[in-house]
Every structure is written in structure tokens, then in C-alpha cells.
Design a protein around this ligand. Sequence first.
Ligand code: PMV
Length: 328
Amino acid sequence: MMKATAKAPANIGFIKYWGKRDEELRLPLNSSISITLSNCFTITTVKFSKNFKRGSFKIVGEETTKKEKERVLKHLDRIRKKAGINFKARVLSQNSFPKKAGIASSASGFAALTVAASKAAGLKLSQKELSILARQGSGSACRSIPDGFVEWKAGSKNENSYSQSLYPPTYWNLRDLVVVVKDPIKKVGSTAAMKLSLKNPYFKKRLQQLPKRIKKIKKALTKKDFALLGEMIEEDAVDFHAIIMTSKPPIFYWNKVTMDIIHKVIELREEGIVESYFTIDAGPNVHLICQAKDALSLKKEIQKIKGVQKIIVNKPASGAHLINQHLF
Ligand code: PMV
């Protein structure tokens, strides 16, 4: 049967992927590091059939735009080409989080689509091949293929730009609290924002600093040095947003609630109440990295902030994999 279903986690960058050296292949200008997220995921079922007259793509409970449909179709074409088939496909996806929450669904979405569609098309791909393929759908999706703590080595061409697991999910008992804030829908997509950054003189500086930062974060992971890990995560997040804020025109992803959370996290840390560190993607939601023992008390403190809608507690998770329960 040409039908398969996959589950894939979203991921949060400790070192962000920002800027492409090749738009079409989605080759990045820098290597990046992330963890996969246990409670933010996408499940996707793909079926190819010679009897289908037209293809379809739907997300349960959500509207899909024409642009999103085209991007999915393009990805299916890559897979059809690899498998040597030309059947139409039915694709149904379900996110564990609402799209309007502003949690990037492109990473989990394209990772799940890649694994399900490859299997349904009869391809037998290695994890490396799946990561390379997922990357072409959405850059950050290549980091949702492997398990746990992940590194995406930038590479220089299609064949050597993919992600690998540095450590399994159980290696370090960390948590990522995704703090969903009021009005979280992002107004400028990452593809467009990345392009603007390339012209920003500060961007060159970022690329120069990254190898050293990556080295330090890897050392923090090896030694399980939480303070060093947190310092590097925040340094990279602030650096990344400084570039976005200084591009022309500037983009401000942070809102008032974002700032309130940042101040609170620093205050809790400095007063020795809870040690956690923040990072932020291309939107106003804040991710708080903490050790498992502190997750509950941190959640309680952050919930008190006005404008915080929801907090999703995540552990490092398994990467994208096939499951038996199909969505149709
Ligand atoms: O959604 P993409 O694949 O264009 O990547 C966005 C990258 C960030 O999420 C903003 C940073 C990162 O490394 O995850």
C-alpha cells in the first residue's frame, strides 16, 4: 500500500540557523544546534494512488494558504522524482499546537512530510538522506529528523548539509517551556526576513563569531555545564534578534509581553530563585530552557505575567519516525 504516517517534533535552536547561501537548495550560511521538542509535533499521513485525479493537502482544524499548498506540492515533487513515480498524493497533517500560536510548524511539518511521503513512495532512505531532503522543504526541518540534541553542519553543497544527533533525548534532563504570548502570529516570515539580514553589515560579524560560540556550546553540552549553555543560548538569541532589528526595514518580532518575560527570567535568575535562560525564534513567543527540577516552579512564576496565554512544557524528544496510526 502506498500510504504511510510519520510523527515529527518541532525543534528549538540553541544556535540559530539564519541566512542561506543557496535559496533553492536551502543551504545555510552557518551550522546550528537544537533540541527536538516532545510536546510540539506534527503527524502527517501521505497516500499516493494512480486512481487519484487530483492531489490534496489539508491540516486538521486549520486553513492552508495557496503558498503553503505550493510549497508542499513542490516537496512531494522532489520525492516523486526520487522514487520515479507520478501519482497524485493525499496529504493530511495534524499539529499538536494551533498554527495561530506562532510556534514554527515548518520544521515539524516538513520533517513529518518527508518521512511519510518517502515511505509511501517506496523509498528506503537513510537518516542522512531524509535530513537532506527535509532541509529542501524547510531549512530547520532537517534538525527534526534526528533524536534529541542535534547539530546541523552547514556543509557546502546539497550532499553534505544535514543534521546528526549529538546526544540522545535522555542525555540531559532539560526542559523547554514554550511561553505562548498574546497576538503571537508572526507578520514577517523567516524566508523574507533572512534575505534582509544578508545586506546587514552586522550579519558578517555574527558569522565570524559563530564558530567560537558553537565550540563553547558543544563544550557546555559535553560537560553538562548549564550556566555556560544558558549564556551561549541567550547570547545567540540576542545577537540574532539584533540583526533582525537592524535590517532595513527593521523587523521587531518581540512585543511587550516578550520583554516582560525576558526581564522576569533575568530577575528570577539573579535573585537565585530559578535558573533558566531564554531564546526566541522569528516571533514573539519565548522559549525558556531550564533543568527538569525547576520546570514547575518556573512555570508558576511565568504564568503570573499578564499576556501569557499558554505554556507548553517540552523534553528533548525522538526525531521524526513512522507510526502505525494513520490519519485517514
Ligand atoms: O522556518 P525556517 O526553516 O525558515 O527556519 C527558521 C529559523 C529559526 O527558527 C528562526 C531559527 C532556528 O534555527 O530554528
